[in-house]
Design a protein around this ligand. Structure first.
Ligand SMILES: [Fe+2]
Length: 283
């Protein structure tokens, strides 16, 4: 090691099989009380191993990904599901989204779940950039527990590296190979879901003061929560960390969406039954 080499030691810990590093601009010692919780059963035979993928998002601020915590409507437009229940809780360094959805029948043929796919999701950010998502899917009585995690690291003022992965609880009675296969399938499915979000971030312009309707969710409150990670610890205010709860009423939105889906289905049925027109070819 050269004598004058400038090196820095970062405190680290292994949690749930992942390496966590404490980065603190003020140089304070690591606060182990705010580590993400230990996930029971992870690293044992009950779950598949973590899958892991990395995507570079070259032109979006990290806040764009965090904004998704309150975004109820994008589950319909981006992930092709009906969000039937949607609630947020922010408290301390944590921000949680509780969401329940069913698949969209008009998208079922495109590789997405149909209306029989019921999804229950609880997703919590532990700090500004590490999220654990407890997901349960029920497809005609076949229950699956999946735990996606994602973590984003800023690589510049307007870019970040997104790492994500998941593990699946091995359904009982299945051999390892089949369980691994299911794990890979889920990883691809949720990976594709993430990519749908990424496409938005790649093309989204930041808006500091959006004009919102009630169904847009508590965007301003979420951003106030997020602010705590951009100030010195002494400047964190009660407003940023106090408990805040908000439930979005999804009734009206789902009425419109169901009508839209019915229209799509009717149009598809019409297209399927219409005679094939001869195609003119140029030579
Ligand atoms: Fe999303």
């Amino acid at each position: 090691m050269p004598l004058r080499a400038r090196t820095q030691r970062y405190e680290s810990v292994i949690r749930n099989g992942m390496l966590m590093i404490w980065h603190d601009a003020e140089g304070s010692p690591a606060d182990h009380d705010i580590l993400p919780p230990e996930l029971e059963g992870i690293g044992t035979d009950r779950y598949t191993d973590w899958t892991r993928k990395v995507i570079d998002v070259p032109n979006a601020h990290c806040r764009e990904i965090v904004d998704n915590v309150v975004d109820m409507a994008h589950f319909f437009y981006i992930h092709f599901a009906f969000p039937t229940n949607f609630r947020n809780v922010f408290e301390g360094h944590m921000a949680t989204q509780f969401m329940e959805s069913t698949g969209r029948p008009d998208m079922a043929g495109e590789g997405y779940g149909d209306e029989d796919l019921i999804l229950k999701s609880e997703a919590t950010y532990y700090g500004p950039s590490f999220m654990i998502n407890w997901l349960e899917t029920d497809y005609k009585g076949f229950l699956t527990k999946v735990i996606p995690v994602n973590c984003h690291i800023p690589t510049g003022p307007n870019s970040f590296k997104l790492q994500y992965g998941l593990c699946v609880e091995k359904p009982e009675g299945l051999d390892d190979k089949t369980a691994r296969y299911i794990g890979t399938k889920y990883s691809d499915m949720f990976g594709d879901g993430f990519l749908q979000d990424v496409h938005i971030w790649l093309n989204k312009a930041p808006v500091q003061n959006p004009l919102l309707c009630e169904e847009d969710g508590p965007v301003y409150q979420l951003r106030r929560w997020y602010e705590q990670f951009y100030v010195d610890a002494a400047d964190v205010t009660e407003e940023m960390t106090e408990r805040f709860e908000f439930e979005v009423d999804t009734t009206k939105a789902n009425e419109f969406w169901r009508a839209e889906v019915e229209e799509n289905l009717a149009r598809k049925a019409g297209e399927d039954s219409s005679p094939v027109e001869p195609v003119e070819t140029k030579s």
